[in-house]
Design a protein around this ligand. Structure first.
Ligand SMILES: Cc1cc2nc3c(=O)[nH]c(=O)nc-3n(C[C@H](O)[C@H](O)[C@H](O)COP(=O)(O)O)c2cc1C
Length: 221
């Protein structure tokens, strides 16, 4: 593999959702590097209980786009209601995000590649499965692979967004992509070269708000 890597922290700190994508194809060698990065991810017991369906066929992508649009519209209507009371820069930020996400809602099927992340719970060590709270450990054996591939996308200048709404249409997606019965979907990542600047500055809470020292809520110091 040729070393074309950008500094890791630059890549991590510019991984933002890129929802306006050009339709021109992603070269095979670029896509291969992105997929290779996914395979480097850790998983519980190294069982690697995920697979990616790399959807490039135009008719299949179109179908996924048709399914995504109403799901996004329903979600966005709820999200917009929640913006009441916001004003100024916070409101503008949300509106910019929604405009881009509306665009993706209308154009997901036109992205040259849609990665469909599948998982098989039978291959997973889901150590919180029987607890009396929502189980999240299983996702820890899948989403690191997705994060890896998205970081590789930043490195390659390829736009991407992790989306999940198509899980609601999983039955139809499974039929469309011939996903076996005991495999399910947990992320759909449209890829393409960005229309605009692509990955760039992100807005996240500072370390001191997110990380504590010794006891939850105590300042790290
Ligand atoms: C688990 C998860 C699910 C997401 N689902 C969607 C989605 O269905 N549609 C979408 O447009 N963005 C989706 N996103 C992208 C987030 O909205 C985005 O990462 C977040 O608003 C922060 O924006 P930024 O990454 O551009 O800074 C999802 C992100 C995550 C991590």
């Amino acid at each position: 593999m040729t070393d074309t890597s950008r500094p890791l922290y630059d890549v991590m700190s510019t991984l933002r959702a890129v929802r306006r994508l050009r339709e021109d194809p992603i070269p095979d060698e670029v896509l291969e590097r992105i997929l290779q990065a996914a395979t480097w991810a850790p998983s519980g017991g190294n069982l690697q209980p995920w697979r990616l369906v790399v959807v490039r066929d135009a008719a299949l992508r179109r179908e996924l786009g048709v399914m995504y649009k109403p799901l996004w519209e329903r979600y966005a209507a709820g999200h917009r209601k929640g913006l009441k009371g916001l004003e100024g820069e916070a409101l503008e930020k949300q509106q910019r995000m929604l405009a881009a996400a509306d665009h993706l809602g209308d154009h997901l099927g036109a992205a040259p590649v849609i990665l469909v992340a599948c998982f098989n719970p039978k291959l997973m060590a889901i150590t919180d499965a029987d607890m009396d709270r929502p189980s999240v450990v299983g996702g820890g054996s899948v989403y690191p692979a997705i994060q890896n591939l998205m970081l590789a996308c930043v490195n390659e200048g390829v736009g991407c967004t992790l989306t999940t709404l198509l899980c609601y249409a999983e039955t139809e997606v499974k039929a469309l992509l011939e996903i076996p019965e005991d495999w399910y979907t947990c992320a759909y990542i449209p890829l393409g070269y960005p229309v605009g600047k692509g990955h760039g500055p992100i807005s996240r809470r500072p370390v001191e708000k997110m990380c504590f020292g010794d006891r939850f809520g105590s300042a790290l110091g």
